[in-house]
Design a protein around this ligand. Structure first.
Ligand SMILES: N[C@@H](CCC(=O)N[C@@H](CS)C(=O)NCC(=O)O)C(=O)O
Length: 271
């Protein structure tokens, strides 16, 4: 019988898209060992601030989260997209082949060191304020439990410590630099793959390392590129033409289309 998991996600959360795209690229390898039930969380309207979510699923009040009702499978929920991806790689080793594992983990940690909030909501400081206000609104209620109040206070602290500071001019410059440096590494890898596979019959789409299946790195890089393009940062690809062409090919795959259903990666009114 399949092991059952629940993935809490949001359609416009870049980290959720990374996990859902990971699931999509391994879909054709599915052999019935696991089943992932998807549970949307409406983070645009405070779904992540619900008492049940903050107190039982994720005290950080973020998506994505993977849970299991079987503690032997998963003792505590996984609330980092990379952790969820590595967990899936235990079932589907093509996501992280042993000979590429150290490169993949190092590049994924570099990718997740980039603050997407800085690059997405540049010049939109009201996004950080809106997030604080939505927590304050619930905190203003007199009918909430003590444990819920504490959870909301913690969430408010996290928002204050991480969101507004990410939107200062200096922070955005630093994050843009990190993203450019990361993209140039992917550009170099794609160049090496192109050289190594020249003349060989690789049979279609080329992933970053030239592997026949997408790795965890591919599954996280494609959504990052989509997000940068959606927020008008196409100029970041002028020096990285292979990355741009790679992404355009990925956007044409069924896996990407299944996850995105023609949506952009950013919620309409936040653009
Ligand atoms: N480091 C986490 C980041 C999770 C995260 O910040 N998620 C955002 C969406 S991409 C979120 O839930 N935002 C709503 C909120 O913070 O209230 C990961 O990689 O999964």
């Amino acid at each position: 019988m399949a092991e059952e998991y629940t993935l809490f996600y949001n359609d416009y959360s870049i980290c959720s898209i990374m996990v859902r795209y990971t699931v999509a690229v391994i879909q054709h390898l599915q052999d019935g060992r696991i089943r992932i039930n998807e549970q949307p969380i409406d983070i645009q309207h405070g779904g992540q601030l619900a008492e049940s979510y903050l107190c039982k699923v994720n005290p950080k009040g973020t998506v994505p989260v993977l849970t299991s009702s079987n503690p032997q499978r998963l003792k505590t929920p996984l609330s980092e997209s990379v952790d969820i991806t590595y967990f899936l790689a235990e079932y589907f080793p093509t996501l992280c082949p042993p000979h590429l594992a150290s490169q993949i983990t190092s590049l994924l940690s570099e990718l997740h060191d980039i603050n997407y909030f800085s690059l997405t909501y540049t010049d939109k400081p009201h996004r950080a304020v809106d997030m604080e206000n939505s927590v304050q609104k619930v905190l203003a209620r007199s009918d909430i439990s003590e444990r819920y109040r504490k959870a909301l206070e913690l969430k408010l602290e996290v928002i204050r410590a991480t969101r507004a500071p990410a939107l200062t001019t200096e922070a955005v410059v630093v994050q843009k630099q990190k993203a450019l440096s990361f993209l140039s590494k992917i550009e170099a890898l794609l160049g090496a793959t192109e050289t190594n596979t020249k003349g060989s019959d690789h049979g279609g789409f080329l992933w970053i390392f030239g592997t026949p299946e997408a790795t965890a790195l591919d599954a996280h890089v494609v959504p990052l590129i989509a997000r940068l393009l959606d927020v008008g940062r196409g100029a970041m690809f002028e020096g990285n033409p292979r990355v741009r062409a790679y992404a355009d090919r990925a956007f044409e795959t069924e896996a990407w289309k299944d996850v995105m259903q023609r949506r952009r990666t950013v919620y309409g009114t936040y653009l």
